[in-house]
Unconditional design. Structure first.
Length: 600
């Protein structure tokens, strides 16, 4: 008797499904790509509860016959490959014919579809791979697929899903990728009954602005170069718009989104010397390349890709982007017109065997686009080195742990101390046993951080009403984040109202915030938040408090009055952890008289 038996189909499907559908966003991606492949000109995505309870995609594409409407749910059902060669010539998105089968295995699915030429459409209802219903139905031309209760029959998977807002973010990310790759298609995205995106068909530039916000209008540089190896086009963000957090970096190879650390390295390399190294540039770059020269199917979710000649592509990409950045520095007002291929998306390939000439990069030789900036940067470095030299002495002092600072900064002494500010950055003060040096920014960040955490815990952050409420439109990810942090924002002193449509209205700011542009504050605060979010040791409030403290603190370079310095020191020593900066460094160092004497 054989101990081996074949897996029943529903189980085999469930297993296969795990590979294709990891979370709502993966189903969204497959459905959207199918709609794109069906030549739709309008696609609507509707989700509820992060896609956990509902994902629906409605398109006006070519629809399916009643037979296909049944067939498409079978594993390896695809209209896209008939013979193996097709795999290599493929320009469509999905090609393995298992997306719909996988989705049907782990959800309750309803589809309505009709081809233009058919009188009646088809309604089909499938639950865990079982067809429960199939009947004719009257329906407009196109296809609507709703996927309900994802993983309803795989509780382990369902429990594995993250919070609704995290899942929503993943969905938004997939939506963004498909929408960027297809600016000629209109997209609507409805999240929990409110319309998050309404993107009209247009140019790539319009699509970027539609997705990321109006502020990108002035920040995009055209990239456009045809070489024998590939056509490279799209937009790169101006260096000053680069952010501290990763994200908003998109490569599309033959209009398919891909991740590629090597090519990303080329991009970052092009920005070298134009922005601080810890920043990440924005980019949406399309690479059209002969499909025979790439291998897409190396990863199940198909976001990774292998190039036959990765090195050349690296070099070309870096040169092309550098050229755009160079041109911009020469004449920043120039607004290049949309290159044709951004609207048409017709990959143009050169005949096989054609050897590409090296890319021709013409830049005004006498002009060095990086000179003014790099000067500024070296300047800063020299300053810093000087500082470091100056403080070498002090760094060698025993750690503050050994010094009983608590005893040194007693009340009566504070009132009589002598204080001076050094280089608008450090506060020097005489203490009983010698000298104390406070880093003004680190100290203020510590003070604010503790205050904000306390305010959030007690819900007693003071706020100042704005004379003119300010409405601010955000990226969807940021909008969702503000929603997530609503309570804490309020506790800290923000008065923010939801205005729908990715817009919030700021009516009041925390009392500690002075003279700051509300939009900038909010955006940079969210950036900071995302930056600190990677630190798993901190909870949500601590992260927000840290981000706030960073944002609104007194910075190095600001000159302070005697009373300001005095208050700062008092408040610092009123903190629970006065000696540690919120980044884990020192806020204060001391030097004893003995040490000083020994130096002479
Ligand atoms: P693949 O996309 O790899 O072919 P899928 O499982 O995603 O596999 O889809 C199976 C088939 O169902 C497709 O090849 C296509 O013929 C058909 N199909 C899926 N979605 C749509 C749609 N929105 N409009 C028209 N046809 C569709
Ligand atoms: Mg597909």
């Amino acid at each position: 008797m054989s101990v081996i038996s074949l897996l029943p189909d529903p189980i085999a499907n469930q297993i296969a499904a795990g590979e294709v559908v990891q979370r709502p966003a993966s189903a969204v991606k497959e459905l959207l790509e199918n709609s794109v492949d069906a030549e739709s000109t309008k696609i609507q995505l509707i989700i509820k509860d992060g896609g956990k309870s509902l994902i629906q995609v409605i398109d006006n594409g070519k629809g399916m016959s009643p037979t296909d409407a049944r067939m498409c749910w079978e594993r390896h059902a695809t209209s896209k490959i008939k013979k193996i060669e097709d795999l290599f010539a493929l320009n469509t998105m999905g090609f393995r014919g298992e997306a719909l089968a996988s989705i049907a295995a782990i959800a309750q699915v309803e589809m309505k579809t009709r081809r233009e030429q058919d009188e009646l459409g088809t309604l089909i209802f499938i639950e865990g791979s079982e067809v429960r219903k199939q009947e004719p139905v009257s329906y407009t031309a196109g296809t609507s697929i709703s996927v309900k209760n994802l993983f309803f029959n795989v509780p382990a998977r369902r429990n594995f899903l993250k919070s609704d807002s995290v899942e929503t973010n993943h969905v938004v990310e997939e939506f963004t990728r498909v929408a960027l790759a297809n600016p000629h298609i209109g997209f609507v995205f409805i999240n929990n009954e409110s319309e998050t995106f309404h993107l009209l068909p247009g140019t790539l530039k319009q699509r970027i602005i539609g997705l990321f916000g109006e502020k990108y209008k002035e920040n995009l540089l055209t990239v456009n170069e045809h070489t024998g190896i590939a056509n490279i086009y799209g937009f790169a963000g101006k260096p000053e718009s680069a952010k501290r957090t990763r994200g908003d970096q998109y490569f599309f190879v033959n209009r398919r989104f891909i991740k590629n650390a090597y090519l990303n390295h080329a991009m970052v390399g092009a920005y070298q010397d134009l922005m601080p190294t810890e920043n990440y540039p924005f980019y949406v770059i399309f690479i059209d390349i002969d499909p025979a020269k790439i291998d897409i199917n190396v990863h199940p979710t198909k976001t990774e890709i292998k190039f036959e000649d990765e090195k050349s592509l690296y070099t070309i990409l870096k040169a092309v982007v550098k050229k755009s950045l160079g041109q911009f520095t020469i004449s920043p007002q120039l607004d290049f017109d949309q290159p044709k291929e951004l609207q048409q998306f017709v990959p143009a390939f050169l005949p096989e065997g054609y050897l590409p000439p090296p890319p021709e990069i013409r830049v005004d030789k006498s002009y060095n686009p990086f000179s003014s900036k790099s000067q500024e940067i070296t300047q800063k470095h020299t300053n810093k080195n000087d500082w470091e030299k100056l403080f070498e002495v002090i760094k060698q002092t025993p750690d503050s742990e050994n010094n009983t600072l608590e005893l040194l900064v007693e009340k009566e002494e504070i009132s009589s101390r002598k204080i001076i500010q050094l280089h608008n950055r450090f506060i020097l003060s005489q203490i009983k046993t010698g000298l104390m040096i406070v880093d003004q920014q680190a100290a203020h960040e510590r003070i604010l951080y503790e205050r904000f955490v306390e305010n959030m815990e007690k819900h007693n952050g003071l706020s100042q009403q704005l004379l003119f409420p300010r409405s601010i439109s955000l990226s969807v990810a940021d909008y969702v984040l503000v929603g997530e942090l609503e309570k804490d924002f309020k506790a800290i002193g923000f008065v923010i109202d939801d205005f729908g449509n990715n817009t919030v209205v700021v009516n009041g700011l925390p009392a500690d915030v002075q003279n700051m542009d509300e939009q900038k504050l909010l955006e940079e605060l969210l950036e900071q938040y995302k930056h600190y979010k990677t630190d798993v040791r901190l909870d949500r409030r601590e992260i927000l408090a840290k981000a706030m403290a960073k944002k609104v603190s007194i910075k190095a370079g600001r000159s302070l009055s005697d009373s300001e310095m005095s208050t700062l020191i008092d408040e610092l020593f009123g903190c629970a952890m006065p000696y540690r900066s919120i980044d884990g460094k020192s806020t204060v160092i001391t030097m004893s008289l003995e040490e000083l004497i020994r130096k002479f």
